[in-house]
Design a protein around this ligand. Structure first.
Ligand SMILES: C[S@@+](CC[C@H](N)C(=O)[O-])C[C@H]1O[C@@H](n2cnc3c(N)ncnc32)[C@H](O)[C@@H]1O
Length: 252
């Protein structure tokens, strides 16, 4: 498993100094890839409102604020950048449901085992995958995510990485995750009229092959779309015959 160079402009995405400088320079807020409104059906379906949630690599995104507006009550946000964390802590002082802590996802030992019902990652594993020690960093981060999830809890990974570059990392048997894959177009993408979609709706999971790859006949409408990996930490008693996840109408 190598460094994933497909969308890395720089090795620096894995380094705190790079992000500190960027947040000082840019300020404000920015959501990578997608806003909560597009991700809501997935988040609401797989992570109940009463959950204790960990947002890994929160940056200066509005996602957690939007989730609180939607009814979530307890979101712990971490980031390696102390600049981002200081900015966000000040900005959201008035929202007690949001907590901000400077922390490296590769070592979250401040949190006890099984302390979260849900973990959300939008672009953070991707950043680590651009770093110099990408495979080691990814393995450390994912082991920590798995340790922190309660049995039955869910890790939602939002990424540009297709299954060839992400499944080798997240499908390791030691994690015991039941993985369901979705794909959504980038915001503002216009479907070509001639296109023949593989699915009726973006809310339908993509059936993975036995090797954990996209089916041969899968048509990617938007080449710059985003993948959503829903990884459920299963109990030993649940291992057999887990039904495919269904999105329910009440969150659509
Ligand atoms: C691509 S940005 C995504 C930010 C935010 N999640 C969003 O959706 O807009 C990646 C974030 O991961 C953070 N990051 C990178 N390496 C990290 C690490 N080892 N531990 C914690 N955060 C990290 C960066 O500081 C940055 O804020």
């Amino acid at each position: 498993m190598f460094r994933d160079v497909s969308s890395c402009n720089t090795y620096n995405y894995g380094e705190a100094g790079y992000w500190d400088a960027r947040y000082i320079q840019e300020g404000g807020s920015f959501d990578w890839y997608q806003r909560y409104s597009a991700l809501r059906p997935f988040v609401r379906n797989f992570i109940p409102l009463s959950s204790r949630i960990l947002m890994v690599g929160c940056g200066n995104a509005v996602m957690s604020e939007d989730m609180v507006k939607d009814g979530y009550e307890d979101i712990v946000n971490i980031d390696i950048s102390s600049v981002a964390i200081d900015m966000m802590r000040t900005k959201y002082e008035y929202i007690p449901q949001l907590k901000y802590m400077q922390m490296d996802v590769r070592d979250m030992s401040l949190f006890p085992d099984e302390s979260f019902d849900g973990v959300i990652d939008k672009g953070t594993l991707d950043s680590l995958m651009c770093g110099t020690d990408a495979p080691i960093s990814a393995a450390q981060m994912l082991a920590e995510v798995c340790r922190l999830l309660k049995p039955g809890g869910t890790y939602i990974l939002i990424t540009y990485g297709d299954p060839t570059v992400r499944m080798p990392h997240i499908s390791r048997p030691v994690f015991n995750w039941k993985i369901t894959l979705y794909n959504i177009p980038r915001p503002g993408f216009q479907k070509p009229e001639s296109s023949t979609p593989s699915r009726k709706s973006y809310l339908e999971p993509i059936p993975l092959t036995e090797k954990g790859l996209l089916p041969a006949d899968f048509v990617l409408e938007d080449p710059d779309s985003h993948y959503i990996y829903v990884c459920k930490k299963i109990n030993d008693t649940e291992i057999e015959n887990i039904p495919a996840y269904q999105l329910t109408a009440d969150v659509l």
